[in-house]
Design a protein around this ligand. Structure first.
Ligand SMILES: [Zn+2]
Length: 419
């Protein structure tokens, strides 16, 4: 399926700012003149207040690769077609490669002159063969990222199950010992953000390492009141929190002070579901079938299958709210995407998300940015009602519902759905 970064075949990711970019050779020279360790930069990042997460303005001494702070990254497979990778080639974005081949993919992208942020999620924590959080990190995984000039280096953590304090502390202590450029990936049972969050927050503070959450849930971990309250409390308490493998809620996390977030390019990379069963029988029984193409339904701030979105548009009396101003749709309504190549649907989705993230970054970090997001959620719920989507079998958008009054968090119990 297309050309993967491990096997470049000539065509490069599209680059809308190529004229202003340094060439890869110049970048290599710059890198060679810098210490390999990015310790100083990382220390500055850790000392920075998390709510100051803004994109840096370009300066003459800008590092070879752009910093990841404030970015909404696109999480992709290690072998993703080049044209998909190109969707992340804009300011405020970048890539998270997933799986064992992630480091090779990043090296290939560097050779192609990619300068946007790149990270590597080993994802040893997922699936029926996942490893436990007490497992040791593989030294070559951390070293490979450093050799590729990646910052921050993400740990290849195992899964941290319900109440498994030993696994949590194993991941945090290994990450703390691995160096100042390391971010601890925390693949967490959902209870950690609910009942056990006091322990989670205390341990993160005790070890003092930046963390990247992967939140286990059957549906959307940040589309529930408990998940929202837990994430907000963690973001307010810990110096550096990021979120991997998420969906619409990646915007919410950015609005409330996350260092960076990664939204999966497809459904399987936006979700970290519990394993079906220990022996894997459910997996073996199920036949593979292609996942439905999903797009962002911009008026209601949620993902839906393209068919569902087109049907909702066709059923609406006034279709103007569906006209999309993203750079791919250019005012068209969603039925055009049904006949277009799949890449157009993905381009629509990430243009909508990245433009939204830009809108959030344009507000002052803190209350103004949080209110901007919550107001957007309330508008999405209004659209949901006005478009009569309940009558078409759509569930109320979970993330918008859960975050609609979240700016009140900390002052009063959050989360009544907005009226
Ligand atoms: Zn669009």
């Amino acid at each position: 399926m297309g050309s993967a970064p491990g096997r470049p075949q000539g065509d490069k990711p599209q680059n809308t700012e190529r004229a202003s970019q340094p060439r890869s050779s110049r970048r290599r020279a710059q890198r060679a003149s810098q210490p390999r360790s990015t310790r100083r930069r990382t220390t500055q990042r850790r000392n920075a207040k998390p709510r100051d997460a803004r994109l840096p303005s370009s300066t003459p001494q800008a590092p070879a690769a752009e910093p990841v702070t404030g970015c909404l990254l696109i999480q992709v497979a290690a072998r993703e077609p080049f044209e998909v990778l190109g969707l992340a080639d804009r300011a405020g974005s970048g890539l998270v490669f997933t799986g064992a081949g992630a480091i090779e993919a990043m090296e290939a992208m560097r050779r192609h002159g990619w300068r946007r942020p790149m990270l590597a999620d080993r994802r040893r924590y997922a699936g029926t063969t996942r490893v436990p959080g007490t497992a040791s990190f593989v030294p070559s995984w951390l070293a490979g990222q450093r050799d590729a000039g990646i910052s921050p280096v993400l740990t290849d953590s195992g899964y941290i199950g319900e109440g498994d304090v030993a696994a949590l502390r194993s991941v945090l202590s290994q990450a703390a010992a691995a160096g100042a450029d390391v971010t601890a990936v925390l693949p967490l049972h959902e209870r950690w953000l609910h009942e056990d969050r006091a322990t989670l927050i205390a341990d993160i503070a005790a070890y003092g390492v930046p963390v990247a959450l992967v939140l286990e849930h059957r549906d959307d971990p940040l589309g529930t009141p408990e998940g929202v309250a837990g994430l907000i409390e963690l973001l307010r308490a810990a110096p550096s929190v990021a979120v991997l493998g998420t969906g619409i809620a990646g915007l919410a996390a950015l609005a409330f002070g996350a260092q960076w977030t990664a939204v999966g390019v497809r459904g399987s990379l936006r979700l970290f579901p519990p394993t079906p069963s220990d022996d894997g029988t459910e997996h073996r029984k199920r036949r593979w079938r292609p996942a439905p193409r999903e797009v962002v339904a911009a008026p209601v701030l949620s993902f839906g299958s393209l068919d569902t979105v087109v049907r909702a548009y066709a059923a609406s009396e006034d279709g103007t709210v569906w006209a999309c101003r993203c750079s791919r749709c250019r005012g068209r309504t969603p039925e055009w995407l049904a006949a277009a190549p799949a890449l157009d649907a993905d381009a629509h989705t990430f243009d909508v998300l990245l433009s939204y993230a830009e809108r959030l970054r344009n507000r002052e970090p803190g209350p103004a940015r949080e209110q901007e997001w919550c107001a957007g959620c309330r508008q999405a719920l209004r659209h949901y009602r006005e478009l009569g989507l309940a009558g078409l079998g759509w569930e109320q958008p979970g993330v918008a519902t859960a975050w609609a009054s979240a700016e009140a968090a900390g002052c009063q119990p959050p989360l009544r759905s907005a009226g």
